[in-house]
Ligand binder design. Structure first.
Ligand code: PEP
Ligand code: MG
Length: 746
């Protein structure tokens, strides 16, 4: 950049800093900025357009256009050149604006006499705030340096907006982070919670955007980058194997050592920015690229670079949670994403969790579910909107977050929570009673578990035992493969805590969505149909053998129930069972105590097993229907895919008829059968499952009360009749008919 321009840019930044520092009201500051910018860039016009709402931009300050049009001229997102800059987040540089595509003339502004147009987005951390424009009579294209200079002004504007610099009487903007915001996400764990925001990664606020001494800033940047490199190296040294974590860290290291990255930030410093503003400017550019990247791999790498910039900003500003910083009262965690281990560290202290990304089947979601903490995922903008300590209400049932709710929302939400609390009291009163229906049938209700943290629920929920212990959770939340002795100790503690109640341990169910951080992930075209669960166990039996031994040792003479996941054919069951027999023989040889009673079962999660030979049904000691998987394969609808996962009703007559076939086979062979998918915990679904003949259901602990409460009020013979009638009448799903029946019983 020529020296002249560089010092121009530096001068402009210096004057902007003075504007920031003075005590002027918000509107006055905006006016000053348009004036300074037009002056410095040698243009007749400089205008600031800001978002009034998500769809509307408003002219908020101008130098050169008709002053009467300020706060009057508005345009929709995408409308005219300004609207296009806002929508695409891209610069528009037009020498002859009136003939540019999409130009829309705003007569009240008097802009018709200006030929050239340069518009840049005003955005902060990927959030669009408005558009900054310069125009001039002379028909010319603006140079790259001029574009850069305007972008820097836009960035300063964005930072000042964040700091509330334009708020005030008659001003353009309402204060940020003070208004109520409603964010719609996706439910990953039901439940409601009220509390205060705790940002997992607190936002960094840069207050010193402009610096006088580039040498000092360069040194600060170089030192911070060095610090960053060392910390990434240390993280890498501590990470194990060829895990995803290692891959991410390798990418971090590559970026941290990238000369281009450092050079771009140094150039920003040369033009007058402080070291932190230089990092943020580069980060903004990365975010803009990220929004446009269609390639998933590229987007991920840009995401890594974004994370790295955050780390660098934290090093430079010293911001972040101080060690020992205390969680607020009733903390609601906000993060972009979070690993299961980190989530477990917070544990039950959390009242709720809101993730900007995440997926229903992510490990974090699994842990949140295990801890019964309401979780909303895909809550867009939450990280930009929320501040530490903000009041928030999380509606995990609807997947909605009310940030800084107003009084009406607060009272409606509290009413809802009070009703839920009342229902909980009702459930507590029947906790020690059996789930006996009006027609006299008893349904066994067990709970699903996977962490030590679940075990206290065995008592509080009233569950009769653990119908599904997902052993993979213990593997997922660690950064290294657990050792046999650790597992044996853990399983022993589970059995101790169960105090003689039956616990069904499911052997490792990994693959598909459950990828162990320390095992190389298989790159499969269709992981849900791929190398997972028992397929991994049988092909690479080392881990399964270790787990079986740990289970036998943990039982130490006590009864033991083991269940194999994802059995698709008889032979898989016999092969897995043979591993148990071998493990038992080995333990015997070593002189260890053998379980007083050993039951070996299988999960029925693929339609094929419903049609397995009779011999399988005769041999298997118990079966548990894994409805989550079985349903996805039955309807060919991916349980992880938001677009299709709710498309087919569990109470669809085809699925119920299919389940009835399984029940009939089990009855004919006297095989103990239960159902342990999520549907077992939904009262209406559970009622229908019981009505078609399932006598044992296993569910998340919080569902035991609601399911029991409903079952005790119903006559299963009547419900079965309702189901049969609806099916005979050609209904697609029996749900409306069953709901009608429930309305009838009040
Ligand atoms: C199921 O598939 O229904 C099940 C209980 O197993 P998971 O949800 O762990 O796959
Ligand atoms: Mg399953």
């Amino acid at each position: 950049m020529p020296d002249g321009l560089e010092s121009e840019s530096r001068k402009l930044l210096g004057r902007l800093r003075d504007t920031m520092a003075n005590q002027a009201a918000g509107q006055e500051r905006l006016d000053q900025i348009t004036h300074l910018t037009a002056d410095s860039m040698g243009t007749e016009v400089c205008s600031i357009y800001l978002f009034r709402d998500d769809e509307t931009l408003e002219l908020c300050a101008t130098q050169g256009l008709n002053p009467e049009s300020v706060h009057q001229t508005r345009m929709k997102l995408g409308e005219g050149l300004v609207g296009r800059v806002a929508r695409t987040g891209k610069v528009i540089n037009a020498a002859d604006a009136p003939s540019a595509r999409g130009f829309r003339y705003m007569p009240e502004t008097g802009e018709e006499i200006y030929s050239s147009f340069l518009g840049v987005p005003i955005q902060r951390l990927g959030e669009k705030l408005g558009v900054l424009v310069v125009q001039s009579k002379e028909a010319r294209e603006f140079s790259a340096d001029e574009i850069y200079a305007l972008e820097v002004v836009a960035m300063v504007l964005a930072e000042m907006t964040e700091l509330g610099a334009f708020v005030g009487e008659g001003a353009a903007l309402r204060a940020r982070h003070t208004q109520p915001v409603l964010i719609r996400g996706v439910t990953a764990q039901e439940g409601t919670a009220e509390g205060h925001i705790w940002l997992h990664e607190p936002r960094v606020v840069v207050t010193n955007l402009v610096a006088d001494d580039p040498d000092t800033e360069r040194t600060r940047l170089t030192e911070a980058v060095e610090h960053l490199r060392i910390s990434v190296d240390q993280l890498l040294a501590g990470a194990s194997g060829d895990s995803e974590q290692v891959q991410v860290l390798e990418a971090y290291r590559m970026f941290a050592n990238s000369k281009g990255w450092l050079r771009r930030m140094e150039e920003n410093i040369d033009r007058g920015l402080s070291a932190e503003a230089a990092v943020e400017k580069e980060q903004s550019d990365v975010r803009a690229r990220m929004l446009q990247a269609t390639d998933a791999y590229l987007r991920e790498r840009l995401q890594d670079l974004d994370d790295l910039s955050n780390r660098l900003l934290r090093i430079l500003t010293g911001q972040g949670h101080e060690t020992g910083a205390e969680l607020p009262e009733n903390p609601i965690l906000v993060a972009r994403n979070i690993g299961p281990g980190e989530l477990l560290e917070y544990g039950r202290q959390l009242r709720g969790i809101i993730l900007e990304e995440g997926s229903v089947g992510s490990h974090a979601a699994i842990v949140a579910r295990a801890l019964a903490i309401p979780l909303v995922i895909n809550a867009k903008r939450i990280q930009n909107e929320a501040l530490n300590g903000d009041h928030v209400m999380v509606d995990g049932d609807q997947g909605v977050v009310h940030l800084r709710p107003d009084d009406t929302v607060v009272s409606a939400f509290r009413d809802k929570m009070a009703m839920q609390a009342k229902a909980q009291e009702r459930y507590a009163s029947i906790r020690d009673k059996a789930a006996v229906t009006l027609c006299g049938k008893t349904i066994r209700l067990d709970m699903n578990a996977g962490l030590m943290a679940d075990l206290p629920s065995l008592e509080s929920s009233g569950a009769e035992g653990v119908g599904l212990f997902r052993t993979e959770l213990q593997f997922l939340v660690r950064s290294q493969m657990p050792k046999r002795t650790e597992l044996a100790a853990l399983y022993a503690r589970v059995l101790d805590a169960a105090k003689g109640k039956r616990v069904v341990f499911r052997t490792l169910d990994i693959g598909s969505d459950k990828v162990l951080p320390y095992m190389a992930a298989e790159d499969e075209p269709n992981p849900a149909l791929g190398w997972r669960a028992i397929r991994v166990g049988l092909d690479k039996p080392g881990v399964m053998r270790m787990q079986l031994q740990a289970l036998l040792r943990a039982a130490n003479g006590r009864p033991l129930s083991i269940m194999f996941p994802f059995i698709a054919q008889y032979e898989e069951y016999t092969a897995a069972r043979a591993e148990v027999d071998k493990a038992v023989a080995r333990e015997q040889k070593l002189g260890h105590a053998l379980p007083e009673k050993l039951e070996i079962g299988a999960m029925l999660e693929t339609p094929s097993l419903a049609f397995a030979c009779n011999k399988f049904y005769e041999e298997v000691e118990f079966l548990s229907i894994g409805g989550n998987d079985l349903k996805q394969f039955f309807f060919a609808a991916d349980r992880e895919n938001e677009r299709v996962r709710r498309r087919y009703d569990t109470l669809n007559v085809s699925f119920l008829s299919f389940l009835e076939g399984i029940i009939d086979r089990c009855n004919a062979t006297n095989t103990r059968l239960s159902f342990c998918g999520e549907d077992a915990g939904r009262p209406v679904e559970a009622l229908c499952l019981a009505a078609i003949g399932l006598q044992s259901l296993s569910m998340r602990p919080a569902s035991v009360g609601p399911v029991k409460h409903l079952l005790r009020r119903c006559n299963l013979d009547d419900v079965r009749q309702v189901i049969n009638d609806a099916r005979d009448a050609g209904e697609q799903t029996v749900r409306p008919a069953v709901l009608e029946y429930l309305r009838g019983i009040g």
